[in-house]
Design a binder for this molecule. Sequence first.
Ligand SMILES: [Zn+2]
Ligand SMILES: [Zn+2]
Length: 176
Amino acid sequence: MLQQCANCGDVILFGGVKHGSLRYCNARCYESVRLLHATYYVPENEVEDALTAFHQGDCPCCGGPGPVDYHLSYRIMSLLAVSQFKMLHKIACQSCAQKAKLRNFLITLFIGWWGPGFIFTPFYLWNNLHSMIYPIPGDAPSDRLREYIRLNLARQRAADAAAKAATEGDMPFASG
Ligand SMILES: [Zn+2]
Ligand SMILES: [Zn+2]
């Protein structure tokens, strides 16, 4: 299966930095996440509470009932000599996610061949099919969703701290 950077969301074709069940493009991507979590530590029970609420909540796309999870689909768009590879995530209910996978499957099927990326096109098509046939089970939130929630909570804390520092007239934290 294709891998996605847990920090920036880019496709990792080769290598990357592996940490637990997560993978990052490079040491820089990993380091920025590590630093964020170290500086703005979110207690595990807070992550779990937010995760459960989000997973059981309504779909942000269609407003229908959950479970909501972090679904992936895969797309190659090629034109003339250029191929663009995308790994797209959809935070949504199962039915919205299946539609997104089908859409990206069809886009790749029709315009995934007309560039140097065509070697990867069957692979991308298969990834979509595979994730349509074996979608994320709805009984428990996935690790990807957990990391997404954890990262968002930490980023929220960083933003709050920066806003607070700015209103107090201090130098705001660098957000890079
Ligand atoms: Zn990255
Ligand atoms: Zn939906």
